[in-house]
Design a protein around this ligand. Structure first.
Ligand SMILES: [Zn+2]
Length: 355
């Protein structure tokens, strides 16, 4: 959340008509805003990870602002072509959703249909076929659910206790130990899910109920087919949500990701998004070899005609952004006032990584 002084400034600029002045300027027309979303809460995920989730009613407020302000919400591919050709319509925006969680299917997709907005989903695919909760995230979420407690009997999940999970650092350390023990023992996806179920029992959480909600699960093949039929553009985000620093392994991530998407969605995905926004210059030539035409980061900014097409900036929207801040970005004022642009080049604690 921005500081009160900055929010007050933005509100004053909006009242003075500066937002619409900039939104309708020639400067803004030559630029494209690519909006980035991650999860849309099914339950209380925005309280657990406010920087990764947004509540559905808040997302609807964003869409309402786009509609009221007559923004041109374009499909990503078309918007990038027109950015290059210099033929963007006024107030151009492209909507992107990272990861392809089931919450997209349940919460965002109906809203997109209601507003008639095109969107791109950057789909990571390891868990698409597994149809289990994403292990790291589920462990982290369940520990957060019991965040007031110290847990005894950690032997149940193969750890020596007690587990002090009252702080973010304590929960992070616990998830890390669970991941490390899984790697050491070479647990499969199914075995990791069994471990998550034991953790749930230890924490006195009804795992079956949590799974039935499809919280922290990805869309399965049937759901991908359905959104693709409904016009959603499904694109690349690596198979295991990671970017190895070895060319062969990196390119295999793209190949497996593309092949899995193509089992359910017609066409050839050629747009990519860096997992966790982490990138290196060496990745660009590897992406070109895999026929990737565009790649988006988590760095803040509007895309320009001469932006590097494999390092496109976006604006990351989430629960902790206020509406006026969002409106400042769609108008272009946010870009003009931006101080910090580059996203942290570290993977978020307990990310979506699948091995
Ligand atoms: Zn991601």
């Amino acid at each position: 959340m921005l500081k009160p002084v900055k929010l007050a400034t933005l509100r004053a600029l909006r009242s003075a008509g500066i937002f619409s002045l900039v939104a309708n300027s020639r400067w803004r027309q030559q630029r494209l805003l690519i909006l980035c979303y991650h999860g849309v809460s099914i339950d209380d995920e925005h309280l657990w990870r406010p920087y990764l989730y947004i509540q559905p009613h808040k997302l609807q407020q964003r869409f309402e602002a786009l509609k009221k302000g007559r923004f041109s919400v374009l499909p990503l591919g078309e918007s990038l072509q027109r950015l290059g050709a210099g033929t963007l319509p006024p107030r151009s925006v492209a909507l992107t959703f990272d990861d392809g969680g089931y919450d997209f299917f349940q919460q965002a997709y109906p809203l997109l249909k209601a507003y008639g907005f095109p969107a791109t989903v950057y789909q990571t695919t390891y868990y698409t076929s597994l149809e289990k909760p994403v292990f790291n995230l589920m462990c982290s979420y369940m520990l957060w659910m019991r965040r007031m407690e110290v847990i005894e009997n950690a032997e149940m999940v193969g750890l020596s206790g007690p587990l002090d999970i009252r702080t973010e650092a304590g929960r992070f350390a616990t998830v890390r130990r669970l991941i490390e023990s899984s790697e050491r023992e070479g647990r499969t996806g199914i075995q990791k899910d069994e471990l998550a179920a034991r953790l749930a029992t230890l924490l006195k959480i009804d795992y079956g109920k949590l799974k039935a909600k499809r919280i922290l699960q990805l869309m399965n093949g049937r759901e991908l087919e359905e959104i693709a039929r409904g016009g959603i553009d499904v694109q690349l985000h690596t198979h295991r949500h990671r970017t190895p620093e070895n060319e062969q392994l990196f390119r295999r991530e793209i190949q497996e990701n593309r092949a899995t998407i193509q089992r359910f969605v017609a066409g050839d995905p050629t747009h990519f998004c860096y997992p966790s926004g982490v990138y290196q210059q060496t990745f660009l030539s590897w992406l070109r070899k895999e026929n990737v035409l565009s790649a988006t980061t988590c760095d803040a900014g509007l895309a320009e005609r001469d932006s590097e097409s494999l390092l496109l900036p976006r604006y990351i929207d989430h629960q902790d952004r206020s509406q006026v801040e969002f409106e400042s970005w769609i108008s272009g004022v946010g870009d003009l006032l931006a101080v910090r642009r580059k996203a942290a080049q570290t993977h978020f604690p307990v990310q979506l990584q699948a091995r």
